[in-house]
Design a protein around this ligand. Structure first.
Ligand SMILES: Cc1cc2nc3c(=O)[nH]c(=O)nc-3n(C[C@H](O)[C@H](O)[C@H](O)COP(=O)(O)O)c2cc1C
Length: 325
C-alpha cells in the first residue's frame, strides 16, 4: 500500500459500519457520512434532533462526536491513520468533521478496539454493589480527557450527594413534562433500525436511589434502584458550552465507554441532568463550582457475572448513512 492508494470502498463501508455502532441519544443516529478519495466527512442529520429535549443540538453533537471517535479508532485499527479536522470552514453548517486517511500499521491493540466497539452497549440494569475504585474512575476520566474533552469522577461524598440530588430532580422534572415524555415515547420501539427497543429497558415498579429516565420496558429486572451509592459517576464538562465542546465531549464519552467496556465495566449516560435547564444550571453551580458547563454525566459500574447478554439496539443500514462520492 503506497501513500497515494485510495481507501478501498469495502474499508470505507466497514469504518462507517463500526462508526454507526456508536451510542446516540434515544438511538437517533443523527449522522451522515460522505466519502471522497481519502477523505471521510461527517455531517449532522438535524432532522433527527430531539426538538424538546435537545433544542440546541447539544445531545446531537455529543452523539456525532461519539461516532467520530469510533470512526477514528476503527480506521486506525483497520490500518488507516485518521487526521481529523473538526468543524472545518464550510458553507455547510452541518459539516462537523473531515477525516483524512493515510495508510499506517494498525496499533497493537487493534483487535481489542474492534472487540470493544462490538461489545459496547448501554446497560440500564442494576449494577452490583461492588464499588468501582476511585483510581479506575480517575483513569476513565483521564481517557476521556486525552480524547480532547474534560472529565472528572465525582468521588467526594458531599459532591456526590449534590449530584445525586440534582439527577433525581432532573428525572422527576423530565417525567412530569408531557412534551419530554411524549418525545421519549416516540423513540421507544420506533422501528427495526432506530429508537430504543423495550427489550433493553428494565421493568421497574418502584424506586430507591436515583432513577434513570428509561423505565417500564420488557427487560426482566427485579431490582429497583438505578443509581446506587456504589455506582461510579464521571461528568464530562467544558468551560465552553458550544458545538466544538459538545463534539469533543462525544469523542471523550466514546473513548471512556470503549475503555470501560474493555475493562469489564458498564456505562449508562444520564443526560436528563443536562437537558433540563434548571438542573443543568444547578449542576454547573453546585457541582462544578460555577466554572464549567456539564455536557454529559456517565454512571459506571460492574454488571453481575453470568448475566445474559443484552439484545443489541438496531442501527440504520450503512447505505442509508453513507454516500461514496
Ligand atoms: C448524548 C447521549 C445521551 C444519552 N442519554 C441517555 C440517558 O439519559 N439515559 C439512558 O438510559 N441512555 C442514554 N443514552 C444511551 C442511548 O440511549 C443509547 O446509546 C442508544 O439507545 C443506543 O444503544 P446502545 O448504546 O446500547 O448501542 C444516551 C446516549 C448519548 C450518546
Amino acid at each position: 500500500m503506497t501513500t497515494s492508494s485510495p481507501v478501498p470502498a469495502g474499508t470505507i463501508r466497514r469504518i462507517v459500519q463500526l462508526a454507526t455502532r456508536a451510542p446516540s441519544v434515544h438511538n437517533t443516529q443523527p449522522w451522515r457520512w460522505v466519502a471522497h478519495g481519502r477523505v471521510l466527512e461527517l455531517y449532522a442529520d438535524r432532522r433527527r434532533r430531539l426538538p424538546v429535549a435537545d433544542p440546541t443540538g447539544r445531545d446531537l453533537l455529543v452523539s456525532c462526536g461519539a461516532a467520530l471517535h469510533q470512526a477514528s479508532v476503527a480506521s486506525a485499527a483497520l490500518g488507516w491513520s485518521p487526521a481529523v479536522t473538526r468543524l472545518p470552514d464550510s458553507p455547510d453548517p452541518d459539516l462537523l468533521a473531515r477525516v483524512e486517511l493515510t495508510p499506517a500499521p494498525p496499533p497493537v491493540d487493534a483487535a481489542e478496539v474492534l472487540e470493544a466497539i462490538d461489545a459496547r452497549c448501554t446497560d440500564r440494569r442494576r449494577f452490583t454493589s461492588w464499588p468501582v475504585p476511585d483510581e479506575r474512575l480517575a483513569g476513565l476520566a483521564q481517557v476521556a480527557t486525552q480524547a480532547g474533552t474534560r472529565a472528572v469522577p465525582l468521588t467526594d461524598v458531599s459532591e456526590r450527594f449534590r449530584a445525586d440530588r440534582i439527577v433525581l430532580q432532573a428525572t422527576e422534572r423530565y417525567r412530569s413534562d408531557d412534551a419530554m415524555t411524549a418525545e421519549q415515547q416516540d423513540w421507544r420501539d420506533r422501528s427495526s433500525v432506530d429508537g430504543v427497543p423495550s427489550t433493553v429497558v428494565p421493568r421497574r415498579t418502584g424506586s430507591a436511589g436515583v432513577p434513570g429516565r428509561f423505565t417500564d420496558g420488557d427487560l426482566d429486572e427485579p431490582d429497583e434502584p438505578v443509581v446506587e451509592g456504589s455506582d461510579g459517576l464521571v461528568v464530562i464538562f467544558d468551560v465552553e458550552d458550544d458545538p466544538t465542546a459538545w463534539l469533543r465531549a462525544g469523542e471523550g464519552l466514546s473513548a471512556l465507554w470503549l475503555a470501560a467496556t474493555a475493562g469489564g465495566l458498564s456505562v449508562v449516560p444520564l443526560s436528563q441532568v443536562v437537558e433540563v435547564p434548571e438542573s443543568r444550571k444547578a449542576f454547573q453551580l453546585e457541582v462544578l463550582g460555577g466554572l464549567a458547563h456539564p455536557i454529559i454525566l456517565a454512571r459506571i459500574g460492574w454488571q453481575a457475572i453470568g448475566r445474559s447478554e443484552l439484545v443489541r439496539t438496531p442501527r440504520r443500514a450503512v447505505d442509508d448513512v453513507l454516500e461514496i462520492a
